[in-house]
Design a protein around this ligand. Structure first.
Ligand SMILES: [Cu+2]
Length: 120
């Protein structure tokens, strides 16, 4: 049972990583895609760094984890936060350029943080 769950989680995370990959160029250039997704799991965001163009819709998806998490902007051009939840998703269109420092307020102490750079 545990092995099956782990395999499913790994598959979900691998698929998510592939979805997210185009949103952040190796050279740090802003992506052309206007949407990106981030996996929220125990206890990390995948990916933990993202560069997108202004107007990109970012969707956080709770996958492969069991603990409650939230998405909270600690600093950035716009502050917002999700509910604390164990499943589902949360989306925001990031219109204001700048650097968003985001964390799960429960697990930031464990390093559950991410950065999104929004370019014009
Ligand atoms: Cu958390």
């Amino acid at each position: 049972m545990a092995r099956a769950l782990t395999a499913a989680a790994v598959t979900a995370l691998a698929a998510a990583a592939m979805l997210v990959a185009p949103a952040s160029g190796a050279d740090g250039s802003a992506a052309k895609a206007r949407s990106a997704s981030v996996i929220v799991t125990d206890d990390l965001f995948i990916k933990d760094r993202l560069t997108v163009k202004a107007g990109t819709k970012v969707t956080w998806r709770w996958q492969g984890g069991f603990l409650p998490h939230n998405v909270t902007v600690k600093s950035g051009p716009k502050k917002f936060h999700s509910r604390t939840q164990t499943s589902g998703s949360f989306a925001r269109v990031l219109s204001a350029p700048g650097v968003y420092r985001i964390e799960c307020t429960i697990h930031a102490v464990n390093g559950m943080k991410m950065t999104i750079v929004v370019k014009r």
